[in-house]
Design a protein around this ligand. Structure first.
Ligand code: ATP
Ligand code: MG
Length: 397
């Protein structure tokens, strides 16, 4: 068995040793059966959150009311969740209450898809009441139970089906897909935060060429922030390799750029992205626009910064709008910049006042602005003597 499972086996041993049941469940079992790299390993148990916390020296309470405790071991940390069902749903999103239950089979029944409702014992025995393994072999995503009913309980499951199709390259079972088509508008009830998590996973999937058409054909795209009018642009990005991008800022830059978003800030806010990500995307898109006008040059590298230029370049190459060699060009320009910012200028406000024998005023910032340009263009050397000479002859506009 995979070494990550071996580390987690110690946790199952402790739980079983105290008379509880415990199994591997969810994505890790699915990925193990597919021989894929494992993500997080989740454990389901009959022990209650209190009992879990009492059994392990180091735990983190991330949602005891939902039954989830993180157990930290020397190798790794694992989510351990009490067997539960989801009570009743009244608003198409979250269960009104979580009910802890005694049996594994009840817990598996509340899970979204057959491939995600398989449990494995510590010795590797598979418990698969909904024939998830058959669906994995057929590369099929199918709900546990009646699809429409499951989507009425939690509408996000529809979007999850499409993101799994992107991650795993699976198809969606016919009946499940018809139910998505029929119930797409239930997505209005899902929070933006949950949509954003799934959207990122969808874009990063290697099966995006399968998933994007599903997003369009199902009509689900209409219920994603500011995508309603973007059907054609979405369709055109089905072959874009988002998974080759190096980070979250690059991902959203590429997405916004391919969607040809004009009101960028509103778009990023609608997806509720953190300020840091939005700021990065805005700078990158501006950089891309400037590159499209004039190519890479000293001014662009200076004002955007080398990092934003390299990030933008990465996306432009994948779009076929820039050549890979520009990477070196950007770096050479960046290294050769006489200054990286206004703070690097070899003179300060006091120097200027002294050299011009002029009272402090707003002329200082005007002069610095002009001086910055002159130094950047190589017309004045960034060295006190040369600057002094230039400052003395500077004419205020
Ligand atoms: P990934 O590898 O992307 O993390 P995963 O299958 O582990 O995939 P998670 O979102 O981490 O997906 O959820 C873990 C498990 O919890 C799922 O495999 C599934 O059994 C269950 N699950 C998660 N979200 C839902 C949901 N909205 N409805 C029902 N079951 C869910
Ligand atoms: Mg997971």
């Amino acid at each position: 068995m995979h070494t990550s499972f071996q580390h987690a086996t110690a946790i199952i041993n402790v739980l079983e040793g105290s008379g509880h049941e415990a199994y591997f469940v969810g994505g890790s079992v699915r990925d193990h059966l597919m021989d894929n790299a494992l993500g997080d390993i989740d454990i389901a148990t009959s022990a209650t959150p209190d009992q879990i916390q009492a059994l392990f020296p180091k735990t983190v309470d991330v949602g005891a009311e939902h039954g989830t405790i993180i157990v930290v071991t020397e190798h790794d940390s694992f989510e351990v969740t009490t067997f539960r069902t989801d009570g009743t749903y009244t608003d198409y999103r979250r269960p009104d209450e979580v009910i802890f239950v005694k049996s594994l089979s009840e817990d598996l029944k509340r899970r979204d898809f057959t491939m995600n409702a398989i449990a494995m014992t510590r010795t590797g025995e598979i418990l698969d009441p909904f024939n998830g393994k058959v669906d994995i072999d057929r590369k099929l995503i199918r709900t546990v139970g009646e699809a429409s009913e499951r989507f009425h309980e939690d509408a996000l499951r529809m979007f999850r089906a499409i993101r799994f199709s992107s991650q795993l390259g699976f198809s969606i079972d016919k009946e499940t897909f018809l139910a998505i088509k029929k119930n797409a508008s239930l997505m209005e009830n899902v929070s933006v935060e949950r949509k954003t998590v799934e959207m990122e996973k969808l874009l990063l999937g290697k099966g995006i060429n399968k998933a994007i058409p599903l997003l369009i054909d199902s009509g689900l795209f209409r219920y994603l922030p500011l995508l309603e009018e973007k059907r054609e642009e979405l369709g055109r990005m089905a072959s874009f390799p988002f998974h080759e991008l190096s980070g979250r800022i690059e991902l959203w830059t590429a997405f916004a750029n391919l969607l040809e978003i004009f009101e960028l800030e509103a778009f990023l806010n609608a997806w509720k992205l953190p300020k840091k990500v939005s700021k990065g995307v805005i700078l990158n898109i501006l950089t891309i626009q400037r590159f499209m006008q004039n190519g890479w040059n000293r001014e662009l590298v200076y004002y955007s910064g080398g990092e934003a230029c390299l990030a933008s370049h990465e996306i432009l190459v994948l779009q076929g709008k820039d050549k890979p060699e520009s990477f070196d060009t950007i770096q050479q320009i960046s290294e050769a910049l006489p200054i990286k910012g206004i703070k690097d200028i070899a003179a300060n406000g006091n120097d200027l006042v002294e050299w011009r024998d002029q009272k402090r005023g707003k002329w200082i910032s005007e002069l610095l602005h002009d001086l910055e340009k002159e130094i950047l263009e190589g017309k004045v050397r960034n060295e006190a003597g040369a600057i002094k000479e230039w400052v003395r002859s500077w004419q205020q506009k």
